[in-house]
Design a protein around this ligand. Structure first.
Ligand code: SF4
Length: 252
């Protein structure tokens, strides 16, 4: 399915409002991350838009984005559900945030009851600065993490909200990459043709196993394998060909 196949569904009818925003079993990476750990992990999958992903144009990541892979490539309903959530956020932000707070409160309560830690990834497919809505600040007992393409967010989130920076070799995105490289924030890079051992002068670790392990890769590159045919065939500078990785330097 391509993004153009998904029609924007205006929320004129309240019955179209998503019954649930957070999900605990809809994303393979989240399931892998939570496996055998004393955590309850939930994610929020919005449909990406240029507003929800403000750096996507400069990073040239919109077309090869994961929004078109996995179950979304098979079932139209997956992206329709994501689109409804994005519409809800964009059209009635106050109600959306109220519902999100309620679901986070319930998640925390559920985790506590089962003697587990609540962990949340709010930008499974978006890049919203949730700290500007005070969401992580209001839930200090929930650990939150995300990938971001907004270098201006690095170092500005509360202690319970950790970020990883997402790389692209797009020329207009270079300033953001340079800012991220001055920090020890883990930098995630999507590679095709396998993972190289080093990139940008930094060690590459296998990032496909666990998001929580990736967060600990300070000063390292978190290598992610391109998923789905669209991403593998993409010529976007967001997907790095590991066979040519040596030709990309920090000064490039
Ligand atoms: S910023 Fe991330 S979620 Fe948004 S379009 Fe780019 S790759 Fe997709």
């Amino acid at each position: 399915m391509t993004s153009s196949a998904v029609k924007l569904i205006p929320l004129k009818n309240l019955s179209l409002k998503p019954a649930k925003l957070l999900s605990r079993d809809s994303n393979t990476k989240l399931i892998k991350t939570a496996k055998n750990k004393p955590i309850v992990l939930a994610g929020l999958s919005l449909m990406p838009t240029p507003v929800l992903c403000p750096s996507s144009k400069n990073a040239e990541c919109f077309e090869p984005c994961l929004k078109n892979s996995g179950l979304a490539a098979v079932y139209k309903s997956v992206n329709e559900s994501r689109q409804r959530k994005s519409d809800y956020y964009l059209q009635d932000q106050e109600a959306f945030l109220t519902q999100l707070r309620r679901e986070l409160f319930n998640l925390e309560k559920y985790a506590r009851k089962h003697d587990k830690k609540a962990v949340v990834r709010l930008n499974v497919l978006s890049d919203v600065a949730w700290e500007t809505h005070n969401i992580p600040q209001e839930f200090p007992n929930i650990f939150m993490y995300d990938y971001t393409k907004r270098a201006d967010r690095l170092g500005k989130t509360p202690a319970n909200y950790k970020l990883m920076f997402s790389y692209s070799a797009a020329p207009k995105y270079k300033t953001q990459v340079d800012i991220a490289l001055k920090t020890n924030t883990p930098i995630t890079v999507v590679f095709k043709n396998g993972l190289p051992s080093a990139f940008l002068g930094r060690e590459v670790i296998d990032g496909d196993k666990s998001d929580l392990d990736n967060l600990k890769a300070l000063g390292k590159i978190v290598g992610l394998r391109a998923k789905g045919n669209l991403a593998k065939q993409s010529l976007s500078p967001f997907i790095i060909d590991s066979l040519k990785a040596n030709s990309i330097s920090i000064a490039a």
